[in-house]
Design a protein around this ligand. Structure first.
Ligand SMILES: [Zn+2]
Length: 241
């Protein structure tokens, strides 16, 4: 297997210049309730460290992390994923199965009758062009197939979040408290999220199912907004090295 050098360069470009690592951290924290993680909120000291190391970081991510802190204890609101905090939940890359976190690089295509999103043009090419039964007139039977359920949300589209987390097995032995919590203050039951909190949330929705339900016009508008980085269309922070 040979990976072309320009793809390596582009991977570094995403990691180094397009904020990839910061997007991953934000996405993992957003999805705390669908996993077994306990990511504690940041302090002012953490904010200073990030801003010092990555100038521009606070302008892009600081407000969201302050919201993460504000929403970390159940207090009449939903988990952050279901609150309006200027965050666009990412679509999944059909090929590499990671979220399309570098928003400006996301591309779409209709393959095998289904609209799919990709994290980058190279991943679109892999699915739509390379992993086909023939390539440039030659049969390519051993290229593999990118089939099946490729985003977990598809399996739970329309489910209540309490049922999703129960089905995944992320509930403690008391039968109601979630394994995951968005803080480390685990000694006080009043600060712990339970299935009762999740039960009140709107149902889980699969980004890919929604994408395929859109009209062509709406889908184009969605894509244009997505690649602008969502509502604010913010630039990536510079890396301080
Ligand atoms: Zn990809």
């Amino acid at each position: 297997l040979v990976i072309p050098h320009d793809l390596i360069e582009e991977a570094w470009n995403q990691i180094w210049n397009k904020g990839y690592v910061h997007e991953v951290a934000q996405f993992f924290a957003t999805g705390w309730l669908a996993n077994y993680w306990r990511i504690d909120p940041m302090t002012d000291k953490d904010f200073e460290w990030f801003e010092y190391k990555y100038p521009g970081w606070y302008d892009r991510y600081g407000k969201w992390w302050e919201n993460y802190n504000r929403l970390s204890r159940p207090n009449g609101h939903h988990p952050i994923v279901a609150e309006d905090v200027d965050y666009q939940y990412p679509h999944r890359c059909w090929t590499c199965m990671v979220p399309c976190l570098v928003r400006e690089d996301m591309v779409m295509d209709q393959v095998d009758g289904q609209w799919r999103t990709y994290c980058h043009e190279e991943c679109r090419w892999t699915d739509a062009v390379a992993f086909r039964p023939t390539y440039q007139g030659r049969e390519t039977p051993n290229m593999g197939q990118l089939i099946g359920k490729r985003e977990w949300e598809t399996l739970y589209h329309g489910w209540n979040w309490a049922d999703v987390v129960s089905d995944m097995g992320y509930v403690r032995d008391d039968g109601k408290t979630m394994v995951a919590q968005p803080h480390l203050d685990l000694g006080d039951q009043k600060k712990m999220w339970t299935l009762d909190h999740l039960r009140r949330m709107p149902p889980l929705q699969s980004p890919n199912v929604l994408l395929n339900e859109m009209s062509d016009e709406d889908r184009q508008a969605f894509h244009a907004n997505y690649v602008r980085g969502g509502p604010a269309g913010r630039p990536a922070p510079a890396d301080g090295g």
